[in-house]
Design a binder for this molecule. Structure first.
Ligand SMILES: Nc1nc2c(ncn2[C@@H]2O[C@H](COP(=O)(O)OP(=O)(O)OP(=O)(O)O)[C@@H](O)[C@H]2O)c(=O)[nH]1
Ligand SMILES: [Mg+2]
Length: 469
């Protein structure tokens, strides 16, 4: 009898402990006044414009049409102050807003270095009693921005030099890459990985490889490694190229190669590149991130055709692979267990009709279900949204109007947006679609805190930080 009571007591204690732990975690979360949000996406997906708009919407929330974000709708946001973040250069919000406010307006420039900012948001806590005004609280939001090209190299952290070379060689045998790589491939195939390295020759081939990567980007491909080689000031990293004929050598032959052989030197430089460039970036960027926004320019991928679309999906899935639990100890340290939520955002939907936004969101959902493994979904809350940081178009039910880059007004029409991965017929229809780049709307008042037209940025704010107010 006594032992039964003891067991019951033990079980009760455990349950109370569980409730206690759960409650204290909940209390800690709800009292948490700090959140670090990582804004991630490939080059051109809209990260810097998104951050600029997000800051502007929060700073000037009273004019911002943020009905879906309750603290703004209820006018409880009192003040937003921008501060530097750790030892990073300050994210240049002022410059971004200035370029958007110029006449003619321009988009924030493409990013060449990492930057960040801390937003100190002063707000009135929601009061339960309507006659009482809530007390003033502070909430800190950290944001970081970086050149999208850097993201591409995360997948390299999971591969050694031999695997990376063989993967790159295999990619170059197919489709658009094959056409672009043909000449280069011949030269690369003639290299003897076991022969002593000829430094001059490798420097020349590196230049060739780099210009191949640039043509891949211009052609609309996404999966480009090393992504950093695309940036103009990328001269200071170790000169290495993939070797295209490694499959003809056994791993043992390669392991036994001389230290001054082409293979061993390339292998060493690859390791140095990962250690000195890729790892430090991911440490700075991902350490301490609580929530992630992943921007995907789904519309650009769709209008580029199936091969380019698939290339973007492959690039994403390689990166999402890094979120797998237990997959790679180094990456686990960087990502988990902190990231509690990922918001996948189909960016720039102002380029299509409003009545197509739900299809775009579903398509984005379908892409995510293909690239996001169950192990990640079990652990991290995943949502998809559609939002434009800046709205450039006017919707007229069956077409849109907007200013094109040359300043002229244009009429825009587009095929129906598929709500899941397109089939052959849909690809055929999409192949005739060539959406133009649009000019940001003329808005000189922005500099004085004027309203920056957007689509669903209030919903993004609600999903990202709504629970903290
Ligand atoms: N229509 C529309 N276009 C946008 C929007 N946001 C960005 N763009 C376009 O997308 C381009 C790239 O946006 P950025 O914000 O520079 O993209 P990024 O991800 O920071 O790119 P990197 O700095 O190169 O990594 C801009 O120059 C605009 O042409 C938007 O909300 N609507
Ligand atoms: Mg940028």
């Amino acid at each position: 009898m006594n032992s039964k009571i003891e067991k019951l007591g033990l079980r009760l204690n455990k349950t109370l402990d569980g409730i206690d732990q759960h409650a204290s975690k909940w209390v800690a979360r709800s009292l948490d006044k700090h959140l670090s949000i990582g804004i991630t996406g490939f080059s051109g997906s809209g990260k810097s414009t998104f951050i600029t708009s997000l800051i502007h919407q929060l700073k000037y929330s009273n004019h911002a049409h943020l009905g879906g974000f309750l603290p703004a709708r209820d006018e409880r946001l009192l003040n937003v102050e921008l501060q530097p973040l750790d030892d990073l250069p300050l994210f240049d919000y002022q410059q971004g807003i200035q370029t958007l406010a110029d006449d003619p307006p321009a988009w924030p420039p493409s990013t060449t270095h990492i930057s960040g900012c801390r937003l100190i948001i002063e707000f009135k806590k929601k009061s339960m009693l309507p006659t009482f005004t809530g007390e003033t609280r502070r909430f800190t939001l950290e944001l970081r921005d970086y050149p999208g090209e850097w993201l591409l190299d995360i997948a390299m952290l999971q591969q050694d030099y031999r695997q990376w070379s063989m993967d790159t060689a295999a990619l170059c045998t197919k489709g658009i890459r094959h056409q672009l790589a043909e000449e280069m491939q011949k030269e690369f195939n003639d290299l003897d990985p076991l022969a002593p390295i000829d430094e001059q020759q490798i420097e020349a081939l590196f230049v060739r490889y780099r210009s191949f990567l640039v043509t891949c980007k211009t052609a609309g491909l996404t999966f480009i490694q090393p992504g950093r080689a695309l940036l103009p000031d990328s001269t200071d990293f170790p000169v290495f190229i993939p070797l295209f004929n490694l499959q003809t050598f056994s791993p043992q032959q390669l392991d036994n190669a001389d230290d001054d052989s082409l293979y061993k030197v390339m292998q060493q430089r690859y390791k140095t590149y990962l250690k000195n460039f890729v790892q430090p970036f991911y440490k700075t960027f991902f350490r301490g991130i609580d929530r992630q926004v992943v921007l995907i320019d789904v519309l650009k991928a769709l209008s580029g055709g199936k091969e380019k679309f698939d290339d973007m999906v492959i690039a994403f899935s390689r990166i999402i692979d890094c979120y797998r639990v237990g997959h790679n100890a180094f990456l686990n340290r960087l990502f988990s267990p902190q990231v509690e939520k990922i918001l996948f955002l189909a960016s720039k939907p102002d380029r299509i009709l409003m009545n197509q936004h739900e299809s775009l969101r579903r398509l984005c959902d379908d892409i995510i279900s293909h690239i996001c493994p169950q192990s990640v979904r079990n652990r991290i809350e995943i949502e998809t949204e559609v939002a434009a940081a800046v709205r450039t178009t006017h919707d007229h039910n069956d077409h849109l109007t907007a200013r094109l880059l040359d300043g002229q007004y244009g009429e825009l029409r587009h095929p129906a947006i598929p709500d899941k991965l397109p089939d052959a017929d849909q690809w055929h229809q999409l192949s005739r679609w060539n959406p133009p780049v649009l000019r940001a709307p003329l808005n000189p008042d922005l500099i004085m805190g004027g309203r920056l037209a957007h689509i669903r940025m209030d919903k993004v704010l609600r999903d990202l930080i709504g629970d903290k107010f």
